[in-house]
Each structure stands twice: as structure tokens, then as C-alpha cells.
Design a protein around this ligand. Structure first.
Ligand code: ADP
Ligand code: TYD
Length: 211
């Protein structure tokens, strides 16, 4: 099921620098001659981008917690079918800004304990983990300031504030500890280039490894 490509995800709290680092890594790997797809969640395929608008815009109470899990999982399923799996099958490197770990935390923890529902649905409908996940660790206040400074129409989760950011940060660290082979931690409280150097070093090791 894993194909020949490599599946890399970036995770971390809002404003931790995931999108910036995902883009810098994609640019770097392309200049080195790799075939790279840079994508994001929720979104990454036409159908999933439509679902993105449903979950990130409008009234925060628009969906029940359970419906929200279904919507994020539906978006992911479409993204997998249409974008990620075909790219991996053709040997590309897929870099995805957020993936299932975000659902485990945001939908699993933020509105009651629904982690078990998230895990069951993941097993049933997605059934795949990334080859490697870069977790950008970040002080919650700084992350929130950065996220709010580029505030747009998508403020669904940023609106929950510092307390949620703090819980999400701890949740990401706990997840990373539970799966040390997949997760690699980088300190995001540094200049972009320093973070990017660390990311490159980790990815070079992954690309050099034989399946
Ligand atoms: P995320 O995708 O995790 O929400 P972004 O990459 O969009 O984070 O970064 C959020 C904001 O912080 C952007 O305005 C970005 O330019 C800025 N930023 C990203 N990385 C750094 C960094 N290492 N130092 C300072 N500012 C940064
Ligand atoms: P994103 O665009 O990555 O936001 P940011 O750049 O601020 O980190 O993601 C948008 C929001 O979607 C973010 O607040 C986290 C939320 N989200 C979930 O709640 N569940 C998920 O499964 C995913 C992928 C994202």
C-alpha cells in the first residue's frame, strides 16, 4: 500500500511554521531534482478543498463534534484517493501540511474525549500513516500571535485561544513520544532558516534509507 514514494507530514499548533517549512522543504527537494507534491489538509484535492470551506468558515457551532470528525475524514479520504496515493504510487515525494495527527488532537480532544472515534474511523477509512512526521514544537503564545497576525476568514480553531493551543502542543508531544520512529521533533522558536536546516537533515536521512 505504501508504493515507491515517500509520505512526509508536518504537524504542530497553529502558527508553528508548518506551511513555511513545508514550502521550504519542497523547494529544496525540487532543486535537488526530486519529484515533489506539496499539499495540505483539510484540502489537497478539489473535493477536499470544498469540505475545507465547510469546516473552517462560518459559525464555529455549525457542526456537532461527531459530524466534524466525519467531514475531516471524508476530506482526507478524497485527498488520499485523488492526490496522495497516486503520487506515492508514481514514486513522488508527498509533503503534506497537517494530516491525521491533527484530527487525533483537534477533533479527538478539543470538544470532549472523542479520540477513540477518530482512531476507529481512521482505521476504517484511511488506514495509512505517513513515513515520517516533522513535529514543529512551538511556544503556544508565539504560535497564536503568528496565526492571528495572518487572520483571514478561516479562524475556526484559532478562535479557541491560548488554552487550546497549550493542550494541542502537549498532545502533539505525547503523540510523538508514543511513536518515536515516525515523529521527528524540531524546535520552531528559531529563525526560519535554522528550522529548515534541521528539517533537511532529517529528510536526507529518510531519503537515503532503503525500504
Ligand atoms: P502554520 O502553517 O504552522 O500555521 P505558518 O508557516 O503559516 O505557520 O507561519 C505563521 C506565520 O509566522 C507566518 O506569517 C510566517 O511567515 C511566520 N513564521 C513562520 N516561521 C517563522 C519563524 N521561524 N520565525 C518567525 N516567523 C515565522
Ligand atoms: P491550517 O490551514 O493548517 O491552519 P494553520 O496554518 O493555522 O495551522 O489548518 C486549519 C485548521 O484546521 C487548524 O486550526 C487546525 C484544523 N484542523 C483540524 O481541526 N482537524 C484536522 O484534521 C486538520 C487537518 C486541521
Amino acid at each position: 500500500m505504501s508504493g515507491k514514494g515517500r509520505f512526509i507530514t508536518f504537524e504542530g499548533i497553529d502558527g508553528s511554521g508548518k506551511s513555511t517549512q513545508a514550502r521550504l522543504l519542497a523547494d529544496h527537494l525540487r532543486t535537488e531534482g526530486h519529484d515533489v507534491i506539496l499539499t495540505r489538509e483539510p484540502g489537497g484535492s478539489p473535493g477536499a478543498e470544498e469540505i475545507r470551506r465547510l469546516v473552517l468558515e462560518g459559525d464555529p457551532d455549525r457542526w456537532s463534534a461527531e459530524t466534524e470528525i466525519l467531514l475531516f475524514t471524508a476530506a482526507r479520504r478524497d485527498h488520499m484517493e485523488r492526490t496522495i496515493l497516486p503520487a506515492l504510487e508514481s514514486g513522488k515525494i508527498v509533503i503534506c501540511d497537517r494530516f491525521a495527527d491533527s484530527t487525533r488532537l483537534y477533533q479527538g480532544l478539543s470538544r470532549g474525549d472523542l479520540r477513540d472515534v477518530v482512531d476507529k474511523l481512521h482505521a476504517l477509512m484511511i488506514g495509512r500513516e505517513p513515513d515520517l512526521t516533522m513535529l514543529i514544537d512551538m511556544d503556544p503564545e508565539t504560535g497564536l500571535d503568528r496565526a492571528l497576525s495572518r487572520r483571514g476568514t478561516e479562524e475556526r480553531f484559532e478562535a479557541f485561544g491560548t488554552d487550546l493551543q497549550r493542550r494541542m502542543r502537549q498532545g502533539f508531544l505525547d503523540l510523538a513520544r508514543s511513536d518515536p520512529d515516525r515523529f521527528h521533533l524540531v524546535d520552531g522558536n528559531r529563525p526560519m532558516d535554522a528550522v529548515a536546516q534541521d528539517v533537511r537533515a532529517v529528510i536526507e536521512e529518510l531519503l537515503a534509507s532503503v525500504d
